[in-house]
Design a protein around this ligand. Structure first.
Ligand code: SAM
Length: 360
């Protein structure tokens, strides 16, 4: 080609070529990363569950095939969400492997206590705390048999890594399936949203959400001061996230305060009447037309194909309200509690239900 000759019309300009290249890289690199995590962590997690409940029925071939398909669908949905601009590409590669590996010695030391507690069925093995009267009965227990329940900084330090271990590296991926309905609302409103995450734990979901919506105002609420303290350690002062220790059944916020309320992996740990109390409270603090997004375990109404896997979870882990939760369809609960038009989508062993506040 001689100097001054126009560039061929089939050549893509750099601005289009680079996104296509990064998309191609993501299609290869991201599933490879997740399959590697699933193989290494998932196999360990499976063995751990068997150790906790040796007589537990193993998933049959149909359930394993179904889980495999759901896993691939989850990764495809994650890539599609990035392509659609629902959240940034950096989230695909944020798995903090080194940070989690650094927790391993502390977690290993805890293994014998954990196992003996589960074999003895002792779910009241909690630290003697002066503030124990602050917590409802359903809360004061060793959920998942974890040491100290929700009531120590050690539990809060180990929680994120242990959840990823349990879910084979897909916990954050399932959490961020709750982001697209929120970014969609932000596009429609064209102003920064006020967003509250209830039962925010160590703030994993808030951290992902704040990458997707850097202009939003974020609030997190949890009943454990140890988890809130851990969450605080992950946000800088500039990020200006307000975190409070309170009960989601009765929140210290005025009515109609938020555009969005979210809840991730909390509803399955609440007794049936409390699930409704919390949903009604979420409705109260939402502004007119506000959005409630719940990400939690899949339920039997949408995931009969993996019923044995779901029913097996409380055999390995202390989850006293989970069996009832499996049969208490979340979309129906939200309709009962004053929300309209719930959408519901399964993602691997979780689901996301999003619904709009009905009335004022
Ligand atoms: C399974 S953890 C989920 C934490 C976090 N959302 C996540 O994505 O990992 C459940 C959380 O709900 C909190 N929680 C349970 N009952 C609560 C209540 N009534 N009010 C506020 N927080 C509650 C617990 O302290 C715990 O941090």
């Amino acid at each position: 080609m001689s100097a001054g000759q126009p560039v061929s019309s089939t050549a893509l300009p750099l601005g289009e070529w680079l996104p296509q290249l990064s998309e191609t890289i993501d299609r290869l690199a991201y599933p490879t990363q997740q399959r590697g995590l699933a193989l290494s962590l998932g196999v360990g997690g499976r063995l751990w569950s068997q150790l906790l409940a040796p007589r537990q029925k193993r998933p049959d071939l149909d359930a394993i095939r179904e889980l495999g398909e759901r896993f691939e669908a989850l990764l495809a949905a994650d890539l599609a969400n990035v392509r659609a601009g629902a959240y940034p590409r950096e989230l695909l590669y944020q798995f903090p492997l080194l940070e989690y590996l650094s927790k391993l010695p502390e977690a290993l030391v805890d293994v014998p206590r954990f196992l003996f507690r589960s074999w003895a069925g002792n779910h009241a093995d909690l630290p003697a705390a002066s503030d124990s009267g602050l917590y409802p009965d359903y809360y004061r227990r060793n959920f998942h048999w974890q040491t100290d329940g929700w009531l120590s900084s050690r539990s809060a330090r180990l929680y994120d890594a242990s959840v990823e271990f349990l879910f084979g590296g897909t916990a954050d991926v399932m959490r961020r399936m709750a982001i697209p309905p929120i970014t969609e609302l932000a596009r429609q409103r064209r102003r920064p949203l006020r967003i509250l995450d209830i039962g925010c734990g160590t703030g994993r979901f808030l951290r992902q959400l704040s990458r997707a919506l850097p202009d939003a105002r974020f609030y997190g609420l949890d009943l454990s001061r140890h988890y809130i303290s851990e969450a605080r350690s992950h946000f800088s002062a500039e990020e200006d996230v307000s975190l409070v220790v309170e009960n989601a059944e009765s929140m210290p916020f005025g009515s109609s305060t938020f555009d969005v309320v979210t809840s991730v992996f909390m509803f399955h740990e609440l007794p049936k009447p409390v699930r409704r109390k919390v949903a009604r409270e979420a409705r109260r603090v939402l502004a007119k037309g506000g959005l409630f997004v719940v990400c939690d375990s899949a339920q039997l109404s949408d995931s009969a194909a993996i019923a044995d896997v779901l029913n097996g979870f409380p055999e390995s882990y202390h989850e006293p309200f989970y069996r009832g939760y499996l049969r208490d369809d979340l979309a129906t609960v939200l309709e009962e509690c004053g929300f309209a038009a719930p959408s519901s989508a399964p993602h691997l062993v979780s689901k996301v239900v999003a619904a709009t506040k009905r009335g004022r």
